[in-house]
Ligand binder design. Structure first.
Ligand SMILES: Nc1ncnc2c1ncn2[C@@H]1O[C@H](COP(=O)(O)OP(=O)(O)O)[C@@H](O)[C@H]1O
Ligand SMILES: [Mg+2]
Length: 355
């Protein structure tokens, strides 16, 4: 069971006149949870629907455990019900006039599972989602968070080889969503399932998945572990999508292997990422707000900034900064008086991407 489970190869899909997926390839290993992360409109839902069999790509192939689900060369295209994948969508409407038990049992009954097995399996799932004893309730008698668990249980109960989830937590309020991304991952792992998980929320993607595919305009811009994607962006768009960033535009001068970004009255040494050249070129420097420390003195690699305001956010203060007309931010633990400060950066925390 070390081979790839789901293999998606060179998927192309247009909707109307728009090329939505432009050659997407990736794999999913048994037990792996992979997120499709990207801005709204980047093609996440279309890709998930193509895997589910709800969209037919013009080109490409999909195999599952070696079996062909889709092959544009041979014309194979299994309908959704023959792919056996478990789907959980954003609008997880439960049947209002069926009990929690019957909502979960429905998929098993459709699959003609014997009655005694249905009971055992539904009860096992109910216990694992923390709803043991609530099977006789109706959806309106349980909370929104519990309804979301039932929706998930409905897909998990027949043990699909791969669970396909499209923004499954977006109907929950912020607090429930934060809890849900923890139990959701644990639940998927407890049942030894693999999952393809669509979200536009980077924190959710990092918390839930083993690997992230960052989608942009129908292509995979970058893929890797949450740490790879967050800490080692390979492009300006990846850097900008993840985290909270300070961004400075300037000219980059490369000297003796060191890149220095310069602007009106400031210079900052950083790490050159992307095309390297010995000429002066325009570039953007990215540095994460959590790495941007304010000091009252100039440092070895610092920029002088004006602190305009300190905003109290509860667990920290956010400082609103200004450098040559550009707005920057930093965080800290105390209120600062407006005035002049320096941000001192380690060069490895400043990523310079040539334009
Ligand atoms: N039925 C459709 N007809 C035409 N364009 C569509 C259709 N569905 C989605 N699109 C377009 O395809 C692009 C990708 O959509 P989608 O896969 O839903 O993105 P995401 O889930 O990442 O927000 C968007 O530009 C969207 O407007
Ligand atoms: Mg979507």
């Amino acid at each position: 069971m070390t081979e790839d489970h789901l293999v998606v190869t060179d998927i192309h899909k247009s909707l109307g006149a728009l090329a939505v997926l432009k050659g997407i390839s990736f794999t999913l290993k048994p037990g792996e949870i992979v997120s499709l992360l990207g801005h709204s409109g980047s093609g996440k839902t279309t890709l998930l629907r193509a895997v589910a069999g709800l969209e037919t790509p013009e080109l490409g192939s999909i195999t599952m455990g070696g079996e062909s689900l889709l092959d544009s060369n041979t014309g194979i295209n299994l309908p959704p019900e023959r792919r056996g994948l478990g789907l959980v969508f954003q609008s997880y409407a439960l049947w209002p006039h069926r009990t929690v038990f019957d909502n979960i049992a429905y998929g098993l009954a459709l699959r003609k599972t014997p009655q005694h097995q249905i009971k055992a399996r539904v009860e096992e799932v109910l216990a694992k989602i923390g709803l043991a004893g609530l099977g006789t309730r109706y959806p309106h008698q349980i909370s929104g968070g519990q309804q979301q668990r039932v929706a998930l249980a409905r897909a998990i109960v027949y043990r699909p080889p791969v669970l396909l989830l499209d923004e499954p937590l977006s109907n929950l309020d912020a607090k429930l969503r934060e809890e849900a991304r923890i139990w959701l991952r644990e639940l998927i792992q407890q049942f030894n399932l693999s999952a393809l998980y669509v979200t536009h929320d980077q924190v959710e993607a990092m918390a839930v998945s083993d690997r992230i595919l960052f989608l942009r305009n129908g292509t995979i811009q970058q893929q890797g572990t949450p740490e790879d994607i967050y800490l080692q962006p390979t492009s300006a768009v990846s850097a900008e999508f993840m985290g909270v960033n300070n961004i400075l535009s300037g000219e980059v001068i490369i000297k003796d292997g060191t890149a220095v970004l310069t602007g009106a009255g400031w210079r900052l040494a950083g790490q050159l990422r992307g095309a390297s050249t010995d000429q002066t070129i325009t570039a953007k420097g990215f540095f994460r707000v959590e790495r941007s420390r304010l000091c009252s003195k100039e440092g070895s690699n610092s920029i002088e900034v004006d602190v305009l305001r300190s905003v109290f956010l509860g667990e920290r203060y956010e400082y609103v900064l200004r450098l040559a007309g550009v707005s920057l931010r930093a965080w800290g633990v105390k209120r600062l008086d407006p005035g002049r400060y320096w941000i001192d950066m380690r060069p490895e925390d400043v990523w310079i991407f040539p334009d």
